[in-house]
Design a protein around this ligand. Structure first.
Ligand code: HEC
Length: 201
């Protein structure tokens, strides 16, 4: 009986002690994880590595680098950098997705095709995409000037800018994309109903 009493008194203390121990080790684990030591894998990235990843260009283009490019330069680079090899010489005749609308410039924007340099809400997004993703397999090899020129060419062949426009950190964010504010509207949805018409879930 006496033994049980002792145990009953000691148990909460043991539990509290154990929980504190656990809490401590969780805190330690978090500290270790943030310094990359917890599991012996990974490490804190260097400032240089973070800079190389931190390349996103937002709608306002405030992160855009110095540089400039023209439509004519872009047309030359489109061949010289191998874009034509995948997307086709006229941008609609390659194996990779078409880069130029086949519909008339005055057609409704939603009838002109799902083409980034046409449908994107911001011209800066086109710059960002080419800069980070193209040419496929040689991403990151284009200079800022080359990306400005290729963006200009892509926007020109889709009738978004004129042939004589020069793109740089100032003019690119001011390009008006044809979609304006005509974004796709989200379908109405109520809980416990199918997400889209005709969908099972
Ligand atoms: C090795 C083939 C290849 C080369 C070279 C290449 N591309 Fe692409 N490109 C692709 C593929 C494949 C996609 C589709 C990628 C996806 O949807 O994930 C694409 C997508 C794009 C898109 C987006 C198309 C859209 O409407 O979604 C643009 C813009 C583009 N490429 C521009 C360029 C430019 C400019 C160059 C030259 C600097 C280039 N590409 C070189 C294969 C290539």
């Amino acid at each position: 009986m006496a033994l049980l009493k002792v145990l009953a008194l000691a148990l909460p203390a043991l539990l509290i002690g154990g929980a504190t121990g656990l809490a401590q080790s969780a805190t330690q684990l978090r500290a270790d994880a943030s310094s990359g030591q917890a599991y012996g894998v990974g490490r804190t990235p260097t400032a240089e590595e973070i800079r190389a990843w931190d390349i996103a260009i937002g709608p306002t283009g405030e992160e855009l680098p110095q540089g400039r490019g023209t439509v004519r330069e872009g047309a030359q680079l489109y061949r010289a950098k191998g874009c034509a090899g995948c997307h086709g010489a006229s941008a609609i005749d390659g194996k990779a997705p078409i880069l130029k609308s086949k519909a008339a410039p005055n057609a409704d924007i939603w009838a002109r095709g799902r083409i980034l340099p046409l449908r994107a809400p911001f011209a800066t997004t086109v710059w960002d995409y080419i800069n980070r993703a193209m040419p496929l397999n040689r991403e990151g090899t284009l200079t800022a000037d080359e990306v400005y020129a290729l963006t200009a060419y892509m926007l020109f062949i889709n009738d978004v800018i004129r042939e004589d426009e020069v793109l740089d950190a100032k003019s690119l964010p001011m390009v008006k994309m044809p979609i304006g504010s005509d974004y796709a509207s989200l379908p109405e949805w109520k809980p416990r109903t199918p997400r889209l018409k005709g969908y099972p879930h």
